[in-house]
Structure formats: structure tokens, C-alpha cells
Design a protein around this ligand. Sequence first.
Ligand SMILES: [Zn+2]
Length: 484
Amino acid sequence: MKINTLIGAGLIFALAGTAMAQQPSETLIQGGLIVTSTGRMQGDLRIRNGVIAEIGPNLTAAAGARVIDAKGMLVLPGGIDPHVHLTPIRTATSMKGSDDYTSASLAALAGGKTTISNFINQEPNESVETTLTNAAAVVKKQAIADVVLHYVVSNPKKFTAADLETLYKRQFTLKIFLMRPGFDENAVAFTKLIGQAGQAGLLTMLHCEDASILANTHERLFSEGRGQLKGQNFADAGPVAAEEVATTRAMGISETTGAPVYIVHMSSERAMRAAEAARARGVPAYTEVRFIYLHLTKERFNQPDGPTYTGAPPLRDKSDQDYLWKAIANGSGDVVDTDHVGYTRDEKMDPENTITKSRNAANYLQDQLPLLYSEGVRKGRITLERMVALSSTNPAKLFGMYPKKGTIAVGSDADVVIWDPNLTKKIRDEDILSNGHFSIFNGWELTGWPITTIRRGEVVYQNGKIKAKAGSGEMASRHHWERP
Ligand SMILES: [Zn+2]
């Protein structure tokens, strides 16, 4: 707690001290290795008025330009995380660790991500237009990173074709949970809605776990006295079969409606194989691998801190982990991101938590890209270009931001991360800027870290300090989704 307070104070000092510093209209990044999803080149990058103006060897700095020496560094497009859960407006019942757009931006920018996201819930007594307008107003006030928003429909009967057009026009995405009991109660209406969304130009995000299998499994575990977060209870509460059957169902919905779907947080070989088989038939289905499945397996639940590892679906077996690494390397995995929620360690370890009230996920925004680089690129599991595709280019395409975001090209937003490939550093709780203020990877030593993050031309993070203020982030401008 003391440490957190100190960090908070240091951060405020940094904000007050530097945020107002005038940003030069031109920045020249010299001598780095510029990497996109399709290749790499040694060269310089000229940024003017927030946009990439020129790429080439030996560029000359204009008078008054800020020059950044990037010799020996990687120059990457800013990370894009389309799966983040935030609590922008705190209430009396808010979790201590819940992040708003500001605190999530701090963690994201320090971790090499320049665009984050959030999910907005359908409000039963409010027009969709009003809900979207209110949500965008909060982003404008709080964000430092840029933001994409998704709209969660829980009652498809109160959601019209006109509402879908509003979502499309206002640049939101649709999200539906197959794991909620309400899905099966309204299965016909939800299936129709996904089809209509596709016709309206929207990509639909789907949480694929089968509600009836989950409910029955939970009832059995509770009756056996296995409701607590102990041992393998949580792993058994989210069986692979539930994920596989819901993923298969999603593929069927996509295949028969023609609507594109995006399966969030895929965790198992069997579910991934279901998606791969559908893709091989030409089904427009896209896949997101939540990063923790690449780094952790279900044995973690046996540790004393086992409850900190909960998330839906639960951690899986080593064979699943190996399969997911292959999937993200060979292209059947499209996106790697976090499913971030900013809980504190105390909230995750609360003895009141159970297999059904487990406070799923944790704060991950700051660790995910360094883990993907250190464990993926450095260990030869994926190429640097593939890392850029998974964490920037593909999400930019799927969520309608490419090529403004997701690449380094003339005319693109200057969302750029300068990455030191040889910096070795431990993940430490006390460095975590999310309100969660801890990491499930505390103590892991990684090589390769972002040292400078630039968002639309503004240096927003440098050497451990955030240099921009809340309200400088924007709703990312979006258009029709495209396939990666
Ligand atoms: Zn989620």
C-alpha cells in the first residue's frame, strides 16, 4: 500500500512536471529497425503533426525537430488491445482495483500499447444513441491512449435493425456472450441478430462457452463441496467441452448467416481446431488468443496464489498451450491480447470468491507485449513481423482502423513504440500502473521492453514515466472491418 501511494505520488509529479511541455510539430526517429507485419528495414522515421510523414535512410531533421536516437532499437507500430474491461465511473460498489480510461492508459502506454478498448452494456431504459454518446464523452475526458468501444447486447428483443445501423455509424462493435443463460433463452433472436449485424457491416465478438454445460457443471461441483477456489476446482468448472461446443455453434451461426464473428479469448486446442476447420471451409471467423494461455497452465491453480489466475475460460493443459503458440505462428490465431480487468491481489484472493464468483481476469495491459516478445520472438516461436501482426495490424484491420493504425506507413497515425530488444528487467508489482497494482507475472525476468511510446506524434511514455494527461486520448476513427 505504501509503495502504491509512493508510485501514485511520483506519477502525479511526472504528469504535473512534463505534461504541459510543448510538443514539437516534428519528431525524427533515427537509425532504428522499423518493423511492420510484412517486413523490416533499417531507417529513419519522420513524424509531422501526429502523422508519419516520411520513412527512409538518412533523413535530415527540420529546425526545431525533436530527434530520438533509436540505434539498436526496434521501431514498432503501437499495440492495439481490443479486449479490455474498464469501470470508467466508480460507484460505492466499485472494486478498488477497477481501472478507468486514465489508469488503464498508463498501464497500456508503459506496456507499448497505444489503443485500448472497453465494453459498454445495453441499457434497458435508454436509447442506444444516448448510451453511445455518454460512453464517448467519458473517453474524451479520461483517456490518454486511443480507444475503441464495443456494445454488449444482453436482450436481443430490445435491439432493432436501426440500432445496428447506429452502432455501425458510431463506430462500435457488437459483443454477445454465449456463456450467459440468456443466450439459450433467446437463441433464435441472438442468431438473427448476429446475421443482421453482418449485413449492417458489423463484426460480432462472441464469448464462446456453452451456458448449459457450465450451469450443470457448476451445480455438480457445488454439490460435491468443490465451490471454493482451491486446487483444480476452477479448472474443472470451465471444461474444454463447453468452449469447444460453443465455438462450433458460433461457426455454424457464421456459416449459415454469412456474418463475420470474432471469437474472444480462445484457450484450447479443441476450440481452436473447430475454428480452423470452419475457416478452411471459408467461414468468416476470426480468433483471439488471450495471452495468459500462452504463458501459464492450470497447475497454477494449485499454488497458494491460485485464485489470482482465474479467468474465463480457465487455464488449460500444456498441450493446449503448445497448440496456441503454433496457431498464432501459423496464422490461425489472428490476435493476441489481454482481457484486462484491474483487480487488486486482495480482490482476487478474497475468500468469498467461488468458482462462479471468481472475479475473472486481472490487470495485464502492461505485461502482455513484453511477454509476447520475450517468450515468443526471442525464443523463436514467432517472428517479429508476426508479433506486430498479432498485436497491432490484425486488430487494426478487424476493428476497422487500418491503415490509419496498425502499421508504420506514410499517412498513418504516428503511434510508435521504441523497443529495446536487449533490455532485461523483472516484472515487479511496484511498477504496475493499473489500479490493480500487482502482476500475476511478478518476478518473471523478460528481455525486450518498450522504452518510449508515441501516440499520434506525442511522446506519452518515456523511461518509466507517463508524459501526457487525461483527455489527450481519442475515440479511434473506425470504418468497415477487414480480414487480417
Ligand atoms: Zn472479456
